[in-house]
Structures are given as structure tokens and as C-alpha cells.
Design a protein around this ligand. Sequence first.
Ligand code: MG
Length: 279
Amino acid sequence: MINSPSKTSFLLLAATAAFFAVSSQSAESKGLGYSNTPIIPGTQWHVHDGDRPQPRLVQPGETFSHMAPAPADAIVLFDGKDLSKWSDGSGGAAKWKIQDGFMEVAPKTGSIQTRERFDDFQLHIEFATPAKVDGNSQGRGNSGILMNGIYEVQVLDSYHNPTYPDGQAGALYGQTPPLVNASKAPGTWQTYDIIWENPRWDDAGKIVKKAAVTVIHNGVVLHHRREYIGHTPHQAVGNYNKPHESTAFIQLQDHNNPMRFRNIWLRKLGSYDHPTESH
Ligand code: MG
């Protein structure tokens, strides 16, 4: 059956309307991120793609590992009293503030990092984004936990704060959004329990074991032994082109937001059938 002119016009109009609806929606969500960045290998998404699906929201339980006491074989990196285990980027004293059992980023004093390097480890760390909401997207409650200073697990205020999914709280920055968004409200203490495996190269400089991470946020799994594609630069795809030691220091990022951290401890994982090597 041939469509009548009026029916054809209607269909055309409907199709045109649908096209513009999709286009404007697409343009809006692009506002969250970037569309001119490289495609992330193994995905259909650009680095920081605003159109990538937003992880679903999960309200975490009230507490999980909050103020969890360190196990006997843990290295306590911060007990609320001093920053002796931390330095600035060049080995000098860390300049962040300490008060009431937590440390707070002193914006523009720079990121801080552990003085020690570690084999594969289990890390417990707690953070709070500023109670007074200031800014949005990547400008709100931004910090980061960067293994070796180059493999970031994002720290961000992702409580009703849309941003590109591979940059929200718990993302492997620029690579893998968290499975879900388990963020708590601004000013509330939150926990990350992280299991980290260092990357390794052979003697010829070829990567033979990629960095991998497991992240539990407020008792909710965000990643389960997820591999990094490489280091985590902004707006670019990372790689493993620069072999480094198979140990890592831990860096906490100064991203100009007065983020707070407390109760930080770490256990070396050791390996199976080697009961004495983990100390
Ligand atoms: Mg960050």
C-alpha cells in the first residue's frame, strides 16, 4: 500500500523530531566529557566520554570498614597524628594539614606520597569530600589514589554530581568506570579497600603482567581484579612503555579541593606457600 502524502509527511516529521531529540540529548551528555579524545582500546568509548553509560546508584550500608583497626601485620601509614610516612613530590615534608585525627589537602601545596615503596598490597583508606559543596563535575571533591603516581583510582564527590563515567569516584581514571556508584554524601566519611597488583616487565622491556586492582567502596565492589590499560593520563590512552620497579609508592592527589583522609594502613600480600616473605 502506498502511503498517502499526509501520512508520509507525518512519518517524515516524526523521524525528524526523533533525530533532533537524540541529537540534542547526545550534545547534552557530551557536555559531561569529551568526544575528541582517543577511543579506549577494547571499548567503543572515547577517553572521558560523556555518552558512556552512567553506573547505577547503590546506597551503601551505613558503615563497612569505617575506622577498621589495622591487623597486626599492617603498616600504618596514617593514624591521625603525623605525616612522617609521607613526603611531597621531591622527598621534602608533606605540607597537608592535620586536625582531629584526619589530614586535609592544603590546596596548591602539591600531592603527597608514601616514603616507602610496596610489593602487591591490600590498602585501607578513608576519605571525606568537602561538606560545603563547591564546584561540579571534576571540580568537586577531586583527589585520587595513584599507585606509583601514575595509576589512579579516582577520588571524587560523586554524590549527585554528574561527570564523565570514567572519571567518577572509583574509576580507573580515563579507562574503566566503577561497576556502580556507591558514593556517600559530601562531608561523610567513606572507605576504600583496595587490592593492588604491580605491573611487571621482562628483561626486554615487554609488559608481561599488567597492573590490576580490586576496589571496594563503602562495602560495595567497584572493580574485581581489573587490569589497567596502562598509566592514567588526562584525555589520553595510557600504556606500559616505560618499565619501572615492580613496587609502588602511594600518592594522594592535590586537585585543589580540601579533601580529608584518615585511618590509612596497608598489608603486603605476599604469595602462596611463602609464609615468611610478607613481613
Ligand atoms: Mg583525581
